[in-house]
Structures are given as C-alpha cells and as structure tokens.
Ligand binder design. Sequence first.
Ligand SMILES: Cc1ncc(C[n+]2csc(CCOP(=O)(O)OP(=O)(O)O)c2C)c(N)n1
Ligand code: SF4
Length: 289
Amino acid sequence: MPDATKVATATEADVLTLKDYKSGDKPIWCPGCGDFGVLSATYKALAALQLQPKDVVVAAGIGCSSRTPYFMSTFGLHGVHGRTLPIATGMKLANPDLTILVMGGDGDLMSIGAGHFPHAAARNVDITCIMMDNQTYGLTKAQASPTSSMGHKTRSTPYGVVAKPMAPVLFALANGATFVARGYSAKPNDLTDLIVQGIKHPGFSFVHVQSPCAEFFNTYDFYDEHIEELPSDWDQQDLKAAVNLALTEEKVHLGVFYQEERQSFGTAVRQFEPEGKQFDLAEYLQRFS
Ligand SMILES: Cc1ncc(C[n+]2csc(CCOP(=O)(O)OP(=O)(O)O)c2C)c(N)n1
Ligand code: SF4
C-alpha cells in the first residue's frame, strides 16, 4: 500500500507541475518497459487538468503495471489481483468527488479480473480504466495472457497459444463503456490527451494502451509498423463503426473509438437516496442475538 503520508499537500492556489504527482520512489521497471510511457502520460494528464493529488486515487491490482500507485503522489491502492474495478466502484460511490484511475495489466483486467469489467462498463461507473497491455504476464516472467497472439510460445504455452486473443476495445464497446480509446506507450503525448479526455468523461472510460514488455515480449517494431491514427473526421458517436474498426486485425488503430453520454452509476443510484432508510447497525445486529 503506498504511503499515505506522502500524499502531496499542494494548496489550491499552487500551479501544479509534473513533479507534484511524483512520489519520489523511482519505478523499478526494466529499461525500455512501456509502462514508463504510460506513467509519464498519466503525470502529464493530471497536471493538464490541475487535479489536486489529494483528490485522486490510483487503484491497481498485481503485476508490473499494477505497481504504478507507488510512483505517484496521489492516494493509491495496490490491491488483490484482478479485483480493482469493484473496489474502485465502492470508492466512487462513497466519495463521488474523487477522480479514480484504475491502472493494471492485461492479466489483471482481462484474465482474473475480466468478470468485473463488463459490470463496471454496463453500470457506467465514473472512473477511468487504463490498461497496460503487453500481451504477457510480465511480473511472473512471461506466461501467456488473454491478449497473447495465437501461436505465441511461452513458458506456459510451449507449443504456442491455441486460444484466439481477446480484443479489449471490442470487449469494452460490447459491454457498454461510454468512452473507449486506444493509445501506445511510445506516443506519450497522444496518450496524455486520451487520458485527459477519459478523466473528463463523466462515465466509464477505458483507455487500452499497447505497452510492450521490453524484457519478455518486445513488440515495439510490430507496433511501430502497425499503428494507424483514427481519421480526423472519425464519428465518435457511431457504435457500429467503432465495433467494426475494433474487429480489424490488419492495423492497430489509435485514438477515441467511441463516446456517448449516459447517466453514471453514482448519479443513478443517488436518485433513490431520499427513499433510502438510514442503516442502523445496532438494530441489524439485534436480529441475530
Ligand atoms: C490470486 C492471484 N493469482 C495469481 C497471482 C500471480 N500473478 C501475479 S501478477 C500476475 C499476472 C500479471 O500480468 P499483468 O496483469 O498482465 O501485468 P504485467 O506484470 O504484465 O504488467 C499473476 C498471474 C496472484 N498474485 N494472485
Ligand atoms: S518484466 Fe516486462 S512488464 Fe515487467 S517491468 Fe520488465 S519490461 Fe516491464
């Protein structure tokens, strides 16, 4: 758990710069890890929005990518593998003023945590989920992940992966995410812009980031060759077009695929507050005595 005493205490009047979002702990990632680019884009996005570190929580599970909260001066949670989305949902309901970022890997969010993803998207919980996809389990030394390509040989798949890889953008679109974008860790400025838009969006924002694992699965050459920006006149309200594009395998498109405005989970739930009964713990426990 990141050290709460390190949460920055800038006053409202200060202009916040990148250093205000750094914890002082240096990332321990391998040289060339894509996660450096994602961390840098996240600092820049928070500074662009001038968010006070005390008003931001970065929630993560387990994995190399999930170590991100340690390197930030915001509040942070380094929780159980794959369980960040329900925890973040609770945090947002309890304190709607918080800006909550869920950050983790393709293993954390698409494997053990995949069961939570559709529900956070369908409920439209007002959080921003940034997934660092390196198509492998980096922390545990390179087993196959749900986004590994077919045929990919790893320690856990010595004859090659036989499953079709999950398509995270398609998964998010199919389950009702109201902001869906893709970035590349080697393009941190464009990624910053996507994260800014995701945070500003009032609902469930998913930013899928291709973030290569330099140590075990170095895909920089592949992405440098295959990425393609979305056209400048792309219609971000056209769900079917977004789905079709997400199905494309020839190119890896970057940009905002889709966004829509829909009531967030917190707003929907809070409208019933006047009808709600105050929960009386003593009275409740009495029933079991
Ligand atoms: C309940 C549980 N199961 C399995 C593990 C072992 N484990 C730790 S991290 C991880 C996968 C990490 O992959 P990913 O989320 O893609 O992150 P990366 O390290 O690649 O950034 C696994 C399987 C664990 N810590 N807890
Ligand atoms: S093992 Fe891979 S994902 Fe983990 S820090 Fe090293 S390069 Fe990054």
